[in-house]
Design a protein around this ligand. Structure first.
Ligand code: PMT
Length: 402
């Protein structure tokens, strides 16, 4: 079964026990499934496995001390707790389970546990007699009563020679269970490439041809795709917007640059391509080396047609699902249907950019979406909401069972 933890942030707490060696494999499995992993180790855990090993595997410094000025200068411990979608303590020793149940905050791991608002999971590992002992049973019951998920332990022969329940579940099983704790997004595991914003076509070193696109629609789509579980590459023309979290953004200037970046992003793997960008249809034939001086009453700039990015992507033999936009000021739906056909798109979202209350620059939009054999009107709403609606239309086209 495919384990999918795309875009999930997992804080892995390792406590002291021989099973700590399995946590190295666990980090790898979680990352292979798409999660970002940060590791916190108790002092006892550091006796069994080195922080350096976990740092190499997770790709991030390992946190061990509650009062560490150097670590706090980076991602502070409260920030780290808030960052995590899920905190997993694996292995969870009898000692750490007792401290979690008692609500202690006497080291970094227990403090983070208390401060983390996300899903809480423990994977117990200890001697079989300790596992069945009354204090441990009561502590586990107490954690279960607070909504903590307890994974395992498994039964079998133990490092101490005993046989019984107390072995930590295998890393692959833990990763699978963690994935199951997240609601699956409608685009879980899909790779999405989005173009957004305007392009700038230089005339000379100080002037360019461009348009009014602010990038808001494309950025809202990037955010909505991430929320739906996709991995998103956002190819952005010059805009003044912050990059949505967990989105890989590549800045470009001209249409030719946008085309080149789009082609390589699609070649790297792309399931869905969404062309929100307002790409300049024409560019100056030549770019003057120096600022053009005023020499007469009129100036003629010759323009040449730019390549069509979305049509180029749609013509690839390995084409992804391709969604275009149509910005029109009249006969909006008619022109959009023509673009759907002529550019060989799977879907097109058309908006009336003659309206001041939607379209370019506005925080709101309204559109009609067309695909082969269907259409859907999306009434005026904030671009963030319109983006979510469009994402669910795309998801349903890709996977009709949704
Ligand atoms: O950025 P905002 O301020 O939020 O505004 C949002 C928006 C109005 C820009 C957006 O909703 C929108 O309509 N984007 C498409 C703009 C556009 O260029 O439309 P078009 O009808 O000219 O182009 C049709 C499609 O072909 C578009 O998907 C466009 O990205 C694509 N195209 C066009 C020309 C070209 N050379 N390459 C392309 O890929």
């Amino acid at each position: 079964m495919l384990v999918n933890l795309s875009n999930k942030r997992i804080l892995l707490g390792i406590s002291g026990g021989i099973a700590a060696y399995k946590s190295a494999d666990l980090v790898r499995r979680l990352r292979d499934a798409g999660a970002e992993v940060r590791v916190v180790m108790t002092a006892a855990a550091c006796q069994f496995i080195t922080p350096l090993t976990l740092q190499a595997l997770s790709g991030h410094p390992v946190h061990t001390e509650l009062l560490d000025p150097e670590a706090e200068a980076g991602m502070g411990h409260i920030e780290l707790a808030r960052w995590a979608d899920l905190v997993l303590v694996a292995p969870a020793s009898a000692d750490v389970i007792a401290r979690l149940a008692a609500g202690l905050a006497n080291d970094l791991l227990t403090t983070l546990w208390l401060a983390c608002p996300g899903i809480k999971v423990i994977a117990p590992a200890m001697n079989q007699q300790m596992w069945v002992s009354s204090p441990t049973r009561e502590n586990v019951e107490c954690l279960l009563g607070r909504g903590v998920v307890v994974l395992g332990p498994a039964s079998g022969s133990q490092a101490c020679g005993d046989v019984g329940a107390g072995r930590m579940l295998e890393a692959v099983e833990l990763a699978r269970h963690c994935a199951g704790l997240f609601a699956t997004g409608s685009l879980a595991g899909r790779r999405v490439v989005i173009t957004a914003g305007p392009t700038r076509e230089p005339i000379d070193p100080v002037r360019y041809v461009s348009n009014h696109s602010s990038g808001k629609m494309g950025y809202a789509l990037a955010q909505a795709c991430v929320e739906a579980g996709a991995r998103v590459t956002l190819i952005s023309g010059p805009v003044h917007l912050p990059t949505p979290e967990r989105v890989q953004r590549i800045n470009v200037g001209s249409a030719l640059e946008m085309l080149s970046v789009a082609e390589s992003a699609v070649s790297d793997g792309c399931d869905i391509f969404i062309a929100t960008a307002a790409v300049a249809d024409y560019r100056p034939v030549s770019v003057a080396e120096h600022k053009i001086k005023k020499t007469g009453d009129a100036l003629t700039i010759e323009l040449v047609r730019n390549p069509d990015i979305v049509a180029t992507v749609a013509s690839r033999p390995d084409r992804p699902f391709v969604v275009g936009f149509a910005a029109e000021t009249r006969q909006v739906e008619e022109y959009a249907k023509g673009k759907l056909r002529d550019k060989r798109l799977d879907m097109i979202a058309c908006n009336d950019v003659s309206r001041a209350d939607i379209g370019f620059q506005s925080d709101d939009n309204a559109m009609v979406v067309f695909w082969d054999g269907g259409s859907q009107r999306l009434d005026k709403a904030p671009k963030t909401l319109i983006a979510r609606e469009l994402v669910s239309l795309i998801a349903r086209q890709i996977n009709p069972s949704l």
